[in-house]
Design a protein around this ligand. Structure first.
Ligand SMILES: [Mn+2]
Length: 446
């Protein structure tokens, strides 16, 4: 049997395995003869179990086949209508289209795609969105999908991550969701960028000139307004629906959960228990669950209801203890401080940040409020918009603390109204006192 095929790629592990394309689909080829990628061959052999076994091959030119393969491998992002009303999404259109082309190109070129996502509601939601999208795209195109997904250890692309990724084939596409653009990630990201194409989808303040080939972020725009509200689930939604418009409602589900967990100001007033449940599962598990597990759990209404009830009970208990321990100061805005040591612990629910959100929410009902929550080695800030409008800036305090204690191991970052930081235990007292004083001065609190 004779067949003419365009050779797309040689397999990384099997020296006799190739992938060819006839303009409509991919065909797996087993050939003892050496074939060159991006060339056309007339192959003589037989089909066995979806594999074409080659006995003889002759290189040739076929303009018609070349053109149809080119068309098959080219992807045009779909034009979409506005779904989530957020002004900068229109300005970011080119970034979404570029990301859609980059992802689909990697699929069609049979390159490995590795998605690393932050282990919170936003990171997990955006991971599910892109995974579903690429699986559907590959299935429609009948392409074997070389997709790997992994929850990251922290919000930083660490040396450990970088070492792990060294095993990926050169030229793989590395996608970081909801983390990785920041200054702390830069060095390791630049190391990985030497071997891989890098895409980062993130809404956190980025480092100056990070090594990112495709950076989907509101910070790519000049003077972005409310960048933190363009959370990663929303950005992933915008990318994914340009690749698989028919799955838009499914992507939108997860986009909504993510906007809720990240308290994006573009979220709707409808409440989704699923959004709470993702975070609950993410925080209470010591070993991360897979994206498949989250997807399956969130599709089960009974299970979601039960997990949501469990979450509320735990948060309520911790919140009552925290309210009892909190101190309040009044000024231009209200400052609430609380030592949550013993109330919130590592790898148990609620996390410090969840408890802080609940505490902030409890006090902020009464007006402009900023809160500072701390333990022996961490401190975080939350504030509502009205406190920020009156001059509160978590970024300013973190920056000042970094200047003084950066060399002693103080690290931190985040947004103006939400930030977190860590420090060595021996500086706890000084750092916490300095932070409280800085905010009291700023808010003229007493
Ligand atoms: Mn996020």
């Amino acid at each position: 049997m004779k067949t003419t095929l365009y050779i797309v790629k040689k397999d990384v592990f099997d020296p006799e395995k190739y992938y060819g394309c006839n303009g409509q689909e991919f065909i797996v080829i087993k050939s003892e003869c050496e074939l060159k990628p991006e060339k056309i061959y007339e192959l003589i052999g037989k089909y066995t179990n979806y594999t074409f076994r080659v006995e003889a091959a002759e290189q040739k030119t076929d303009k018609k086949l070349e053109a149809s393969v080119k068309q098959f491998l080219f992807f045009q992002p779909a034009t979409v209508k506005e779904v989530v009303k957020a002004p900068l999404l229109i300005e970011m259109k080119e970034l979404f289209n570029d990301a859609a082309v980059t992802l689909t190109k990697a699929v069609l070129e049979l390159r490995t795609i590795k998605i690393r996502y932050d282990g919170d509601g936003d990171g997990i939601s955006s991971g599910i969105i892109l995974k579903k999208c690429l699986e559907k795209f590959a299935k429609d195109k009948k392409v074997p999908l070389l997709l790997r997904t992994q929850e990251s250890y922290s919000a930083v692309y660490s040396e450990k991550d970088c070492e792990e990724d060294k095993g990926l084939a050169e030229g793989s596409l590395l996608v970081l969701l909801d983390h990785g653009a920041n200054q702390e990630s830069k060095e390791n990201l630049c190391r990985s960028a030497k071997n891989f194409e890098i895409m980062v989808v993130d809404h956190h303040p980025p480092a100056i000139e990070p090594c990112i080939d495709h950076f989907v972020s509101p910070f790519q725009l000049k003077n972005p307004i409310e960048p933190s509200s363009y959370n990663t689930g929303l950005l992933a939604f915008e990318i994914a629906r340009r690749i698989c418009p028919e799955l838009e409602p499914e992507f939108l589900r997860f986009c909504r959960y993510s906007m809720q967990t990240d308290t994006s100001s573009f979220r709707e007033s409808t409440f989704f228990p699923e959004g709470v449940v993702i975070d609950y599962l993410a925080v209470s598990s010591i070993d991360p669950y897979s994206l498949e597990f989250y997807d399956k759990t969130l599709s089960d209404k009974h299970l979601v209801g039960e997990l949501y009830r469990e979450e509320k009970l735990k948060t309520q208990r911790a919140l009552e203890k925290a309210i009892h321990k909190a101190k309040t100061y009044t000024g231009k805005y209200t400052l609430v401080t609380c030592d949550v040591t013993g109330i919130a612990k590592k790898n148990s629910y609620p996390s410090i940040s969840k408890l802080h959100n609940a505490l902030q929410f409890h006090f902020a009902e009464k007006g402009p409020t900023a809160s500072l929550v701390y333990t022996g080695d961490s401190l975080s800030f939350r504030a509502n918009r009205s406190a920020a409008d009156l001059g509160f800036s978590a970024h300013f305090v973190i920056k000042a603390l970094k200047e003084t204690y950066g060399k002693s191991g103080f690290t931190g970052g985040g947004h103006d109204v939400a930030s977190s930081s860590r420090f060595p235990k021996e500086y706890a007292k000084q750092i916490i006192t300095t932070a409280i004083n800085l905010v009291m001065q700023n808010g003229q609190c007493s």
